[in-house]
Design a protein around this ligand. Structure first.
Ligand SMILES: [Mg+2]
Length: 172
């Protein structure tokens, strides 16, 4: 499928905790550009949880840096980032690549050694693929039930089906 070039994740996992520092290092990844909502925490968590902090620490320990690229508003992102003080952007207009390019410039990485991690095909994965970055998709922690979100998830389904077919991933 032609569209897979833009929408097919390189890896599709159940959650961020399946992404290990070793896995990233083996692929030469030096920085991860992270979505926040439904990737790291739910929309209801204002701050990173203990397990998220531990996971971020495990990346830092092997020299992988991180930034937050969110489509959510400034207040949400700044509060979430208030202790970590990572490079972070809000109202990022994903799938626009602008904020990703700014983050790579800040972190001193490029398209060959940077990965995007997010829960949405049409924002996170699309952004990554149009810039040529490594795209890791995780399952949303807790989905919104609005019609808009349900429609987006419905559109993701054929792509994820093709991913499973290609990689033989079993459904959880
Ligand atoms: Mg998200």
């Amino acid at each position: 499928m032609l569209t897979d070039r833009f929408f097919m994740p390189d890896i599709y996992l159940n959650d961020i905790y399946e992404i290990t520092p070793e896995m990233l290092k083996d692929r030469g990844i030096k920085a991860v550009l992270l979505d926040i909502d439904n990737t790291l925490v739910t929309y209801d968590d204002p701050k990173p949880t203990e397990s998220v902090l531990k996971w971020l620490d495990s990346l830092k320990n092997v020299g992988i840096s991180a930034a937050f690229i969110s489509n959510n508003h400034q207040e949400r992102v700044e509060l979430f980032n208030s202790d970590l003080k990572f490079f972070a952007t809000w109202d990022s207009h994903k799938p626009s690549g602008k904020c990703y390019r700014a983050a790579m410039e800040f972190l001193g990485t490029d398209t060959t050694n940077t990965a995007v991690i997010g829960d949405q095909v049409f924002t996170d994965v699309w952004s990554a693929k149009r810039l040529g970055l490594f795209a890791i998709l995780v399952k949303p922690i807790k989905d919104k039930t609005s019609l808009f979100f349900r429609s987006k998830r419905a559109l993701e389904k054929p792509i994820l089906r093709r991913y499973r077919k290609k990689h033989g991933e079993k459904k959880k």
